[in-house]
Design a protein around this ligand. Structure first.
Ligand SMILES: *[C@@H]1O[C@H](CO)[C@@H](O)[C@H](O)[C@H]1NC(C)=O
Length: 215
């Protein structure tokens, strides 16, 4: 008896199931998948937005979502997520009673994904994802705002939020803090850290500072 016999028999079988053509198909498939990921997730939302204001998509972690919700505790009503991505923050806010829970996102693939997640969780009717440029929407009626964006856009967003948000607004930032604002609270550590900002406090601070320099 030849102990190698079973192996020899296996070789043609293996080759048949995964021949050169098969390998080529897999290579082409993964290449194509990578291209679709790149084109779909990184490109569409960006083309219409100046390079400086482009925000790469990075989903929030469970701990980040948890920390955001912790900082929003006790609040309710309308919640707006700027750059809502796959909608996980909007969906969790909805679960915790915020109505309506609205997300602004430019990327149509992420919007579809978000809509699918909402449908799967049974919250289709309660969450709203809007394909709108967050730089163009008015935030005058948003007092519960969450932001998970890249540090490069935060200085500009700071100005928009300060000038448009109502007096009782609370802004919760994840991943990166606003560079010039003093938070009223933080939650979590490291990459999961989130910051809460009270617009009334920030406006007082700003007035005090500009008042100080005038004298
Ligand atoms: C945001 O939360 C506060 C506190 O719960 C609530 O009074 C307010 O109505 C909410 N904002 C909006 C626009 O619903």
């Amino acid at each position: 008896m030849d102990p190698d016999e079973p192996d020899d028999l296996m070789v043609p079988l293996k080759e048949k199931s995964l021949g050169g053509w098969g390998l080529l198909q897999i290579a082409a498939g993964t290449g194509f998948a990578a291209y679709v990921m790149w084109a779909g997730f990184l490109m569409p939302g960006f083309r219409r937005v100046p390079l400086k204001l482009q925000v790469p998509y990075l989903p929030a972690s469970l701990a980040q979502v948890d920390n955001v919700m912790g900082l929003l505790q006790g609040r309710s009503g309308k919640l707006v997520d700027l750059g809502s991505g796959d909608g996980r923050i909007v969906l969790e806010a909805c679960r915790q009673g915020f109505r309506p829970a609205v997300g602004y996102e430019l990327n149509p693939w992420l919007l579809r994904l978000a809509a699918f997640y909402a449908w799967r969780a049974g919250y289709s009717g309660n969450v709203m994802y809007r394909r709108e440029d967050l730089w163009k929407v008015s935030l005058a009626d948003c007092s519960n705002v969450t932001v998970f964006l890249a540090p490069s856009v935060l200085p500009l967003l700071q100005e928009k939020l300060l000038s448009e948000l109502p007096e009782d607004a609370l802004v919760v930032a994840g991943r990166f803090p606003f560079p010039e604002w003093t938070p009223i609270g933080t939650r979590g550590e490291g990459i999961d850290k989130t910051w809460a900002y009270d617009i009334r406090v920030l406006r007082c601070e700003k007035d005090r500072r500009s008042g100080g320099t005038k004298v």
